[in-house]
Design a protein around this ligand. Structure first.
Ligand SMILES: Cc1ncc(COP(=O)(O)O)c(C=O)c1O
Length: 437
């Protein structure tokens, strides 16, 4: 079934176009496999997300989650839109700085931050979302060594059950992240931090999971976090001026997935925040959000060339393409669905049932199973949709496959934003020890 989201178009040659560029020409010019990112779509997604919250609340900071796609050009686009950054490693932090995002518009997340990472964060005034008591001690030491005050919040675990894949559900009580709320551990962390000299306790943070297409868990998260904000004010007299709800708004991947509009989420979450702030006489905090997938997911496609076709009586035809689980691991890792079409026959009738396989020596190396496509021949161009988030970012060099290139398209213009890896890139870091020479 041909389902094209509204930002995709077709041209008179029957080809798919992205950002005004003909995908067949892109593949011919830049080679395959090729990631293509639509600049306007990234901008639109960011603006829609920001507006949903900022139209309802006076102070909102949208920190783009770099883990979704940390390409420098992509981050630069978002910096230009005014976004902050959610970073979870030293290099993500450095990429965000390099793109021009100031440290005071960043949050640093993760359950294992090294002293070196903490130093970089504190030196740049990044808000550190502390994940354990030992990390709190480490931040304190770093701040005193640097002679700076560290801005911190705590990642708390609100025990919200979000309907998503277990690997990307992070708000459950048993998850590795955050301080437990139910047992009072989160409250104890604030009590302890309040007595520390070199830290300013300014925030609270949670992230309940990813690819969530229902507003209810976000509302529950807002209830639980705001209850804690009120309790901390009441009992410890600490006012938390940054309330960070993490990311997690999903996108439709399957033709029958329904869309969750940020507007729907914003209405319910901001409703909760407003009520608690009024009831408890709190100041109005800055609401922080860390969307990744929502901003870049549907802005990216992957183009792959059909190499071989294998027909087997009684089962779907195997179509082998030049992009596999090294380029896009989500189908192999989570059984994730990505919609697939033929970019060069986008308007043709779909008549064959196929499995789309990658080139790696792994039977788990497939991109989609039991899909209907037009009649496929060698040299056709397959397009895999919704790969802008967690696509290239999670790619590998498994079976010494170079990572694909990425191009940015806008109003028909196309330019490489990530070069294709070469043999030299793959072997550059390997060394043969003296005794083997
Ligand atoms: C702490 C945190 N924030 C934000 C995100 C981004 O999530 P998403 O891409 O679903 O919006 C993640 C994803 O794992 C995360 O762990």
């Amino acid at each position: 079934m041909l389902i094209l989201k509204r930002h995709f178009k077709t041209n008179i040659r029957g080809h798919l176009t992205v950002g005004g560029a003909d995908t067949v020409e892109l593949a011919n010019k830049f080679g395959t496999p090729l990631y293509v990112v639509d600049e306007q779509r990234v901008r639109e997604n960011y603006r829609r997300f920001y507006k949903a919250f900022a139209s309802r609340w006076p102070s909102v900071l949208v920190c783009y989650a770099l883990k979704a796609n940390s390409n420098l050009a992509v981050v630069k686009i978002l910096q230009g839109e005014g976004a902050g950054a959610d970073v979870s490693s030293e290099y993500e932090l450095r990429i965000a700085l390099e793109a021009g995002i100031p440290g005071n518009k960043m949050v640093f997340n993760g359950n294992h931050k090294t002293p070196r990472e903490l130093e970089l964060a504190v030196a740049n005034d990044v808000l550190v979302n502390v994940d354990s008591f030992q990390e709190l001690e480490a931040v304190g030491k770093v701040a005193s060594r640097l002679g700076k005050r560290a801005r911190i919040g705590f990642r708390v675990n609100p025990d919200v059950r979000a309907p998503t894949h277990p690997y990307i559900a992070t708000g459950l009580r048993e998850s590795k992240f955050g301080f437990d709320v139910a047992s009072g551990q989160a409250f104890d962390a604030y009590k302890l931090a309040a007595r520390m000299e070199d830290v300013d306790v300014v925030g609270i943070h949670a992230h309940i999971g990813s690819q969530i297409l229902d507003a209810a868990p976000f509302e529950e998260e807002a209830e639980k976090l705001m209850a804690l904000v009120a309790e901390i004010k009441e009992r410890l007299d600490i006012y938390l001026s940054f309330v960070d709800f993490g990311g997690g708004i999903g996108i439709p991947y399957k033709p029958d997935d329904r869309e969750l509009q940020p507007e729907q989420v914003a209405e319910r979450m901001v409703g909760v925040v407003e009520r608690v702030v009024d009831e408890k006489g709190l100041g109005k905090p800055t609401l922080v959000f860390e969307p990744g997938r929502y901003i870049v997911g549907d802005a990216g496609v992957l183009l792959a060339r059909v190499g071989y076709i294998k027909e087997r009586p009684g089962i779907p035809t195997w179509v082998a393409v030049d992009a596999g689980m090294n380029a896009l691991i989500r189908p192999a890792l989570y059984g994730a669905y990505h919609h697939i079409e033929l970019a060069n026959k986008i308007l043709e009738k779909e008549e064959v049932l196929v499995n789309v396989a990658g080139p790696l020596c792994e039977s788990g190396d497939f991109l989609g199973k039991e899909r209907k496509l037009p009649k496929v021949v060698q040299g056709d161009l397959v397009v895999i949709f919704d790969v802008g988030a967690y696509g290239l970012a999670m790619s590998s060099q498994h079976t010494a496959q170079p990572r694909p290139a990425m191009v940015l398209v806008n109003e028909g213009k196309a330019e490489i934003i990530r070069k294709r890896e070469t043999f030299e890139d793959l072997t550059r870091l390997d060394q043969i020890p003296g005794w083997l020479k």
